[in-house]
Design a protein around this ligand. Structure first.
Ligand code: ADP
Ligand code: 5GP
Length: 231
């Protein structure tokens, strides 16, 4: 099957990173695209695993060289998907899972129309605030900025292919997996389909010809005879 980009977006704290990480566990068909960012590393994050943490200058230089598939500014920091990440994932025949905000998702939609865009919704404003505060990764002022941005981000949901509610994490991950499963059967996503259909058509015609040669056409029972048979 043709590998494609699975884009996950959500307001900060919506749960997209958690869902992406859970989804990838034990799945050989998916690869996580590690983004580059200029924002400071959080204590629990690992360079090269969660993000490629780079300086502002390096980001600008690499952007100039055309190394990014898409990029955006969020909370005054730069974030971007490296083309090299996607090339590596695709070369392994895997679909790439991207955790990207809405501007980046729009760029991906424009440039890669066969991408799958999925929006993760929090069940309520309270849950979103609680999760974001509970994560304890941002100062209260930054948490406020992120929640304010959430209102804008929610306005973009109708640009996505799917929206799922992240109330119960296990259910949400199962829903994403179900969407992926269904999408993988789309005719346009099955690159071996034209070849298979071509062969099948050829074989069907041959099979029909063979039947035509083998069995002479027998006269059918008249409808009246058939109707009387059970009486
Ligand atoms: P995002 O990547 O969208 O900013 P995270 O994946 O970091 O969000 O999730 C934010 C916080 O909410 C994390 O502490 C995570 O463990 C928690 N979380 C995510 N989904 C759920 C859920 N369904 N129920 C309870 N807590 C959740
Ligand atoms: P965080 O700082 O919480 O890790 O991420 C902040 C926002 O940046 C989130 O909405 C996240 O989806 C987004 N983001 C992360 N990586 C990328 C990326 O490569 N490109 C874009 N456009 N957004 C990203």
């Amino acid at each position: 099957m043709k590998p494609f980009l699975l884009v996950l977006s959500a307001p900060s704290g919506g749960g997209k990173t958690t869902i992406a990480k859970m989804l990838l566990q034990g799945r050989e068909d998916l690869g996580y695209s590690v983004s580059a960012t200029t924002r400071p590393k959080r204590p629990d994050e690992r360079n090269g695993v969660d993000y490629h943490f780079i300086s502002h200058n390096e980001f600008l230089q690499r952007r100039e060289k055309g190394e990014f598939l898409e990029w955006a500014t969020y909370g005054g920091e730069l974030y971007g998907t490296l083309k090299s990440e996607i090339e590596q994932i695709f070369s392994q025949g895997r679909h790439a899972v991207l955790d990207v905000e809405i501007d980046g998702a729009r760029q991906i939609r424009r440039n890669f129309p066969n991408s799958l865009l999925l929006f993760v919704l929090p069940p309520s404003a309270e849950a979103l605030v609680q999760r974001l505060m509970g994560r304890q990764t941002e100062d209260p002022a930054l948490v406020r900025d992120r929640i304010l941005r959430a209102a804008d981000e929610l306005g973009a949901v109708d640009e996505y292919d799917y929206a799922i509610l992240n109330e119960d994490l296990v259910v949400a991950v199962a829903q994403v997996a179900a969407i992926l499963e269904a999408e993988s059967w789309r005719v346009a996503r099955q690159d071996t389909m034209p070849e298979f259909i071509g062969q099948l058509k050829h074989d069907v015609v041959k099979a029909a010809e063979k039947i035509g040669r083998q069995s002479p056409v027998h006269s059918r029972q008249s409808p009246d005879k058939h109707r009387n048979a059970g009486s």
